[in-house]
Design a protein around this ligand. Structure first.
Ligand code: SAM
Length: 289
């Protein structure tokens, strides 16, 4: 069956109605067009859906309990007997997700590149309200002032995950954490670290009730980044925009402004690198081999 009517297969045991399995060979199919449209932020905002490439990441999303709406898989890989892909299809159908058995052309069109992965998931996004963030003493979260680069944001989410940070707060006009590029760069950590978004005024209102310390990172900071006591209070590490750094208003909201000493000619560190340095220092006492 190609681009034909959908068929339903029963799966064992789940409470959800089983999803449908459909074969699609043409990139012009309207379902494929809708999925491709998720490359645009406007469409992601309208639908609250986003794309996840690769079977490993899709399985990460499954395991973390995120809602999978559609699973697109390579028909050739299924026919080639990929057991892991076949199991993923059964699992998707069992939880009520639709499955598309797709031609290489369809996968390439959705991923917008040659040699795409053999599985692409369409997940419902999750954002945590700022009011729900409750940091305990010794815990660490990251706030980003107007982060613009999807690769930086994805890398920061991955590093926050690796260091056990509790959340990443996006303050002001930030890049979309659910863009394809950001999700790719998270390598699955998008499912592990709560992401919160706040306008500047909301953040400042939340800040006035926050009892922990806010450690801002600033090129004009006069305190060495290793000086604050990260083990005692709850800590929010506040990182600045790639071009402009922390705005004056956000810098004024910090308890301390720290700097990472540098040698050589570079003006500053890349934002994601600086966040990694800060996170590993702040979490030093909590991380052991
Ligand atoms: N031109 C910008 C400025 O003067 O702030 C540089 C921004 S830098 C590329 C992006 C962010 O990374 C900074 O706002 C800060 O949060 C962090 N950062 C980079 N290098 C740093 C350093 N040596 N010490 C403290 N923070 C640093």
């Amino acid at each position: 069956m190609t681009d034909g009517p959908s068929s339903t297969r029963r799966s064992g045991g789940g409470l959800a109605a089983p999803g449908r399995i459909k074969e699609i060979a043409s990139a012009a199919n309207p379902i494929v067009k809708d999925i491709r449209a998720l490359a645009q932020k406007r469409h992601r905002d309208e639908t609250s859906l986003f794309l996840v490439e690769g079977l490993k990441l899709v399985l990460d999303g499954f395991d973390a309990g995120w809602e999978l709406k559609t699973l697109v898989v390579s028909k050739a890989a299924l026919q080639g007997g990929s057991e892991i892909l076949t199991r993923a299809v059964s699992r998707a159908v069992g939880i009520g997700a639709d499955v598309i058995e797709a031609s290489a052309k369809v996968l390439e069109a959705i991923a917008r590149r040659d040699n795409p992965q053999s599985a692409i998931g369409v997940f419902r996004r999750q954002l945590t309200p700022l009011g729900r963030l409750a940091l305990q003493p010794g815990e660490v979260a990251v706030a980003l002032d107007r982060v613009r680069d999807p690769g930086n944001l994805g890398t920061i989410l991955r590093t926050a995950d690796a260091t056990g940070a509790k959340a990443v707060i996006l303050v002001g006009d930030c890049v979309d954490p659910f863009s394809l590029e950001t999700v790719r760069a998270t390598m699955g950590s998008i499912f592990a670290v709560p992401v919160l978004r706040a306008k500047e005024a909301e953040f400042l209102a939340w800040r006035s009730c926050f009892t922990g310390q806010i450690v801002g990172t600033h090129m004009a900071g006069t305190v060495d980044f290793r000086e604050p006591n990260y083990g005692k209070a709850a800590t929010l590490l506040f990182m600045g925009n790639e071009q402009a750094g922390l705005s004056d208003e956000m810098a004024a909201a910090c308890d301390t402004l720290v700097r990472i000493p540098q040698a050589g000619r570079a003006d500053s560190l890349n934002l994601a690198v600086a966040t990694g340095v800060m996170l590993f220092e702040a979490r030093r006492g909590a991380l052991t081999l």
